[in-house]
Design a binder for this molecule. Structure first.
Ligand SMILES: CCCCCCCCCC/C=C\CCCCCCC/C=C/C(=O)SCCNC(=O)CCNC(=O)[C@H](O)C(C)(C)COP(=O)(O)OP(=O)(O)OC[C@H]1O[C@@H](n2cnc3c(N)ncnc32)[C@H](O)[C@@H]1OP(=O)(O)O
Ligand SMILES: Cc1cc2nc3c(=O)[nH]c(=O)nc-3n(C[C@H](O)[C@H](O)[C@H](O)COP(=O)(O)OP(=O)(O)OC[C@H]3O[C@@H](n4cnc5c(N)ncnc54)[C@H](O)[C@@H]3O)c2cc1C
Length: 645
């Protein structure tokens, strides 16, 4: 099963080897539980481990394999980030996709050798979503052939970029490029921020950390201001866009080619989110098979809480989602790598499809991941609320994905633009022009679903029902938009009046894609034992998801109430059928205890003695009487007692 999850036996077994290798190297382990450390201690500890990774990486992994590096990071550094997180996640990808060969020679090689540390500085205090209104300006000075970076007001301060505050000495900075008074929109520049020897900020640079956040606190998200700060013309990233010495602007082959670092993260984060969801579910499912409370049969001992149907309903559909997301994530990465290669040859035709797909997936997957993690926390009762479970940290890190790389409701609108165009083609009788991701929009619907109307309903009937729902909502929402426009609204106003419905269409389209990705993967499985378990999980998935969106199919009679009852019964049937495999389904992700960092999620199930040991190790328990008691509580109680006398 691990080979299914990790797209092949080769990487699944490499993960095992890497984990086994690290088990023998205590210097790579957390020196104490992360929840007991201050933010400063965590950053120090993470930097210590980063240095070790840099030194010994070649003994443990093949550093050219992204997946091996990712696993090494998960084991050693964990999810709370590290001082070079953005260096790998965005700085290197930005240089790879946007720097010319000559620029790569100069900077990318140094970045890969870790001679310099970089980040991606785009968001500002006043603007994150609307990139066209960023306020940092890069004005071209023809005389000196330099760009002058400037922060004209407080809202123009870069704000949020990860590792900008304290760790990075370079950044890929996004600024509005002005040449001879003309605004050429957001462009990307390579900008030195700190002296390479002293790490002191360079003259003209104001820089620092933005303070603690909900989670992800090992990362020093930062602020950055420029005071007429000069960089050479050749620091504009010039793989696709160029500015000649005389200020002539040479257009890229696609207007949004500079957005590639964002598309990179959006493509990879689907897998990252699946893994975080699987972390939380591993912890909650294992704990639920250790925790005994209450009886189902009063003549029998207390049961494991995993026997309760409510607990199964809380956890198993999310287990199915984690599998669905990791399968969809693998497809997304394949498409991303293909588009990256095609763009290199000047073919930008798939960029719009990739942007639409990743915008939708990013939004749906992060939202459902956060919901699933929160349910996993509640499934652990009181102990889920303790940081010993580590689920609160997993939640905090994962939920950040709803905001970063494009706020979810904004990114759903990006997909909606694509869907509306496709609906326009359908309306114009040009369905043959629809791309493969939206071809179903042009197909004719059956009048009713055949779920439970055939002897052994296959997945095809479910897929058709999801297609019907997504098609109906897309065409309806587009019609709403066109209707407002026909009545005289501008497109923008009409769009704003239709966005809730348009975003619903985007979600339904994406949920259909996720179901299809799951079906595609299960169809490929050859081993009959694996196929059976994955088929059960997929059955759970389609019934749960369909029930969740059934209103759309009930309102036009595509599904009847008796079909709905059938879907419900199927759901309950598969909850019970999956129960014996539940722990194996989470164990199949093969997370080591080191990687999970959870007392509740321990593989050996020895939860209670380890919770007690964990509590005793709390810094508060170093002394029996705290200074706060000596200083305030004792005098308070003494004065209360004295006044009673
Ligand atoms: C199996 C194990 C394997 C393991 C492998 C490894 C797994 C790794 C997992 C871990 C991965 C990642 C870890 C995550 C690390 C977390 C780090 C967090 C870092 C966070 C960083 C950031 O947040 S950076 C800042 C991000 N900011 C944003 O996203 C801003 C959002 N806003 C925008 O993107 C744009 O402004 C917006 C698209 C909303 C609008 O842009 P605008 O220029 O105004 O364009 P429009 O006018 O609306 O649209 C014009 C047309 O352009 C099209 N378009 C827009 N973007 C793109 C694009 N990128 N590509 C193609 N086309 C695009 C748009 O669709 C319009 O087209 P139309 O035809 O006119 O409709
Ligand atoms: C953990 C974390 C890490 C980050 N790392 C980085 C980084 O490394 N580099 C970097 O540059 N940035 C980074 N960011 C910033 C991040 O990319 C932005 O915060 C994000 O893109 C959202 O933009 P915003 O903050 O401007 O939100 P806003 O756009 O202000 O969103 C506020 C609300 O307005 C709504 N809204 C906005 N525009 C529209 C619209 N057109 N239609 C309808 N509703 C709208 C949103 O849906 C939301 O409800 C990070 C953020 C976080 C949380």
């Amino acid at each position: 099963m691990a080979a299914q999850i990790y797209s092949g036996e080769k990487y699944a077994s490499r993960r095992r080897e890497i984990s086994a290798n690290l088990a023998k190297r205590p210097e790579f382990h957390d020196s104490k539980p992360l929840p007991f450390m201050t933010r400063e201690e965590k950053i120090l500890e993470s930097s210590r481990k980063l240095t070790l990774i840099s030194k010994h990486m070649n003994e443990i992994i093949d550093p050219s394999d992204k997946r091996e590096l990712y696993h090494l990071n998960c084991e050693v550094l964990g999810i709370e980030g590290n001082p070079m997180a953005l260096h790998g996640d965005m700085f290197i990808p930005a240089l790879t996709a946007q720097a010319s060969d000559e620029q790569q020679e100069k900077w990318l090689s140094r970045a890969l050798r870790r001679e310099i540390i970089g980040t991606y500085a785009q968001t500002e205090l006043g603007h994150g979503t609307n990139l066209r209104k960023l306020e940092t300006i890069a004005t071209y000075d023809v005389d000196t052939q330099e760009f002058v970076l400037h922060t004209p007001q407080i809202t123009a301060l870069k704000w949020w970029p990860g590792n900008l505050g304290k760790s990075s000495n370079y950044a890929v900075v996004v600024a509005l490029m002005i040449i001879k008074g003309k605004n050429y929109g957001p462009q990307t520049f390579m900008v030195p921020l700190r002296d390479e020897k002293t790490h002191q900020p360079l003259k003209g640079i104001t820089i620092g950390d933005i303070g603690p956040k909900l989670a992800y606190n090992i990362v020093d998200n930062g602020f950055l201001g420029f005071d007429h700060y000069r960089i050479p013309r050749t620091n504009l990233l010039m793989r696709h866009t160029r500015v000649e010495p005389d200020g002539t602007f040479v257009k890229p082959p696609h207007a949004k080619i500079n957005y590639s670092a964002m598309v990179h993260v959006r493509s990879y984060m689907i897998t990252g989110q699946a893994i975080m969801l699987a972390y939380a579910l591993t912890i909650a499912t294992r704990y639920s098979s250790v925790r005994r409370q209450g009886q189902i049969d009063t003549t029998q001992p207390e049961v494991k809480v995993l026997e309760y149907q409510t607990q199964q309903h809380r956890l198993f559909p999310s287990i199915a989602r984690a599998y669905a997301f990791v399968f969809a994530g693998a497809e997304t990465v394949r498409l991303y790598e293909r588009v990256l290669q095609e763009v290199e040859t000047g073919n930008v035709s798939l960029m719009a499809d990739l942007h639409a797909l990743t915008s939708g997936l990013k939004s749906v997957v992060t939202h459902q991941t956060a919901q699933g993690i929160e349910q996993a926390r509640m499934a652990c009762g009181g102990h889920g609320y303790s940081q010993a479970s580590y689920i609160s940290e997993i939640f905090g890190v994962a939920v950040g994905g709803c905001t970063y790389e494009g706020e979810n409701l904004v990114m759903l609108q990006q997909l909606a633009r694509y869907l509306v165009k496709s609906a326009g083609l359908v309306q114009a009788g040009q369905s043959s022009k629809l791309g493969p991701l939206v071809a179903y929009l042009g197909a004719k619907s059956d009048s009713t679903s055949l779920i439970d109307r055939t002897p052994t309903p296959g997945f095809a009937e479910y897929v058709k029902t999801f297609q019907h729902i997504a098609r109906k909502q897309t065409l309806k929402a587009a019609q709403k938009l066109f209707g407002f426009m026909e009545k005289g609204d501008t497109r923008e106003v009409a769009w704003n009046k239709s966005t809730v419905e348009l975003n619903r269409a985007s979600r339904l389209h994406t949920r259909l894609y996720i179901v299809e990705a799951f079906v595609r993967r299960v169809e490929e499985v050859a081993d009959p034992r694996l196929k059976e378990v994955l088929t059960d999980l997929l059955r759970l998935h389609v019934n749960y998801e369909l029930l969740d969106v059934a209103a759309y199919a009930l309102e036009d009679g595509f599904l009847s109430s008796s079909q709905l009852d059938y879907i419900r019964e199927q759901l309950y049937f598969y909850l019970a059928k999956i129960r014996p495999n539940a722990v194996s389904l989470v164990d199949s992700w093969e997370f080591s205890d080191r990687e999970l960092r959870s007392v509740l999620g321990r593989r050996d199930g020895n939860v209670y003695e380890n919770l007690f040991a964990w509590a005793k190790a709390s810094p508060l328990n170093k002394t029996d009487v705290l200074p706060s008691v000596d200083k305030y509580l004792k005098p308070l109680m003494e004065s209360a007692r004295a006044s009673k006398l």
